[in-house]
Design a protein around this ligand. Structure first.
Ligand code: RFL
Length: 407
C-alpha cells in the first residue's frame, strides 16, 4: 500500500518531473530517453554502481531491441562488442538438430552480457547526458500515487536522513523484488501468476563455450542448457527440484550431469571450468494488469516476470522502457498523453505473447523428464515437428526472435 507521508525530520523536498525507481536496463533506458529530450529525472538505486555494473544475468538481446537502443543512441558499444548468433541446437534422443533461425527470418540474436549493457547505460545517463542518480539508497517509499502529486522518499546512505522527492510521474523499474509493485493499492491491479513447478540451477563457468550456438538438451534426467557469455565465460543451466540447495551440486556432479544431458552423436566434448556462479532459480512468472496506476508506471520485471526459459525478460524490459520513455517525453514536452494512456495495453500484448511462448517452450524442455509418459510423448512430438515441418520451424524462429509480435 502507498505510504501516506514520509516521517517528520526529513530534508527539504526536491522536485523532478520524473523519479525512476531502479537502475536496471528498464530504469536506465527510461532515464536516457528523458535526458536526451532535455527532461530532468532522478534515478534511485539501492545497490552501488560497482555492483550493478558487475551483476551477471541475461545475455540474449533480440534484433528489434538493439535497433530500439541504436535509434536512441544507446547501442554504440554493444554493436562493437556483441556477438551475433544465427542458429540454436536441440539435443534429444542422442542426436543434435540445428535450427537455423536467421535463414528462416533474416534476423539474428545479439549476445551481450547484461552487466555490459547496464555499464553502457549508466555511463551514458550519468556521465554523458548529465542525469542524476543516487546509489545505495535505503527504504524507498512511494506516497500519493493516487494523486496528481506523487512523491518518493528514501533514506540517504551517507546522512541516514529521509529525503522526499516530488514528481509529476514515478517510473517503477525496480525489478521483481522492488517496492513499486507492492505500492499498488490492493484490488486495483490483477496479478496473474504461473508456476512451472521446476527449478533451474543457473551456472556461470570460467570456460570457453563448447559450441558455436545455444544448445538445449532434453533428457530423461532433466533439461540442460548451454549459452556463450563471451570467449572465456559460459552460462549453463540444469533442471533441478524447485528450492534445491546449490550446495547439493558440487563441481563433479554439475559436470557429470551436463555431459550426460547435453550428450549427442558427434557433439564436441564440454570444456570444463571453475564454476563462478551457482544459484537455483524457481521457474515462475507473473503479469500485473494494468501496469499503471494513476501517475505510477511499472516497467520491466517490476510489472512482469518471465522465467528465463526463452530469454525474454531483458527484451520485455527494453520494450516497456522505449514506450514509457517516449510516452513521458510526449506528455511532459508536448502535453500529449495519448501514448501514456495506451502504455499498459501496448506493453501487455508483447508480454503475453512472450509468456505464452515461454510456456510452450517449457513443456518442450521439461516434458521429457516429467515422469509423465503422456507429457514426455507430447514433448517429443513437438520436437520432431520442429525438424520435419518448415512451417513449424519458421514459427519457432519468429517467436524465438520476437519477430512479428503484436505490441
Ligand atoms: P532489474 O534488472 O532487476 O533492475 C531493477 C533494479 O532495481 C533495483 N532495486 C531498487 N532500486 C530502488 N529501490 C528499491 N526498492 C529497489 N529494489 C530493487 C535493483 O537493485 C536493480 O538494479 O529489472 P529490469 O530493469 O526490469 O530488467 C529485467 C532484466 O534484468 C531481467 O528480465 C533479465 O535479466 C531476465 N533474464 C534474461 N532476459 C533476457 O531477455 N535474455 C536472457 O538471456 C536472460 N537471461 C535472465 C537471464 C535472468 C536471470 N536471473 C538471474 C533471474 C538469466 C538469469 C540467470
Amino acid at each position: 500500500m502507498p505510504t501516506p507521508s514520509p516521517h517528520a525530520g526529513s530534508a527539504a523536498p526536491q522536485r523532478f518531473p520524473v523519479v525512476v525507481v531502479g537502475a536496471g536496463p528498464a530504469g536506465l533506458t527510461v532515464g536516457n530517453i528523458l535526458r536526451a529530450a532535455g527532461v530532468d529525472c532522478l534515478v534511485l538505486e539501492t545497490e552501488t554502481r560497482e555492483f550493478i555494473e558487475r551483476r551477471p544475468r541475461a545475455g540474449v538481446i533480440e534484433e528489434w531491441a538493439v535497433g530500439g537502443l541504436e535509434r536512441r543512441g544507446l547501442a554504440r558499444t554493444l554493436l562493437r562488442r556483441a556477438q551475433t548468433h544465427t542458429e540454436c541446437e536441440f539435443r534429444f534422443a542422442g542426436e543434435g538438430y540445428r535450427l537455423a533461425y536467421t535463414e528462416l527470418t533474416g534476423r539474428h540474436h545479439f549476445f551481450y552480457p547484461q552487466q555490459f549493457l547496464v555499464t553502457d547505460l549508466v555511463r551514458e545517463y550519468a556521465d554523458v547526458r548529465g542525469g542524476e542518480i543516487r546509489f545505495g539508497v535505503r527504504e524507498v517509499r512511494l506516497h500519493g500515487t493516487e494523486s496528481d502529486r506523487p512523491s518518493v522518499s528514501y533514506v540517504c546512505p551517507e546522512s541516514g536522513e529521509r529525503h522526499l522527492v516530488e514528481a509529476d510521474f514515478v517510473a517503477g523499474c525496480d525489478g521483481a523484488r522492488g517496492v513499486t509493485r507492492a505500492s499498488l493499492p490492493a484490488g486495483r491491479a490483477r496479478i496473474a501468476r504461473h508456476d512451472y513447478g521446476v527449478g533451474w540451477l543457473a551456472l556461470l563457468a570460467e570456460a570457453p563455450p563448447s559450441s558455436d550456438c545455444v544448445v538445449f538438451g532434453m533428457h530423461p534426467r532433466g533439461f540442460a542448457g548451454h549459452m556463450a557469455r563471451g570467449p572465456e565465460v559460459t552460462r549453463y543451466y540444469l533442471q533441478c527440484p524447485p528450492g534445491d540447495d546449490p550446495e547439493n551440486w558440487p563441481h563433479e556432479r554439475v559436470w557429470a550431469e551436463l555431459r550426460a544431458r547435453l550428450d549427442a552423436k558427434g557433439a564436441p566434448p564440454l570444456r570444463e571450468g571453475r564454476l563462478i556462479e551457482k544459484r537455483v532459480l524457481d521457474m515462475h512468472g507473473y503479469v500485473v494488469e494494468p501496469m499503471t496506476f494513476g501517475r505510477l508506471f511499472l516497467a520491466g520485471d517490476a510489472a512482469h516476470l518471465t522465467a528465463p526459459i526463452a530469454a525474454k525478460g531483458l527484451n520485455l524490459a527494453l520494450h516497456d522502457a522505449f514506450l514509457l520513455g517516449d510516452g513521458l517525453v510526449a506528455s511532459l514536452t508536448q502535453g500529449d498523453d495519448s501514448a501514456l494512456s495506451g502504455y499498459s495495453a501496448a506493453c501487455l500484448a508483447r508480454v503475453w505473447d512472450y509468456q505464452e511462448f515461454s510456456q510452450w517452450l517449457a513443456e518442450v524442455y521439461h516434458g521429457t523428464a516429467s515422469g509423465d509418459a503422456f507429457r514426455a510423448g507430447a514433448a517429443l512430438a513437438r520436437l520432431r515437428r520442429l525438424f520435419s515441418s518448415p512451417v513449424a520451424a519458421a514459427e519457432f524462429a519468429e517467436r524465438y526472435l520476437g519477430v512479428r509480435t503484436t505490441g
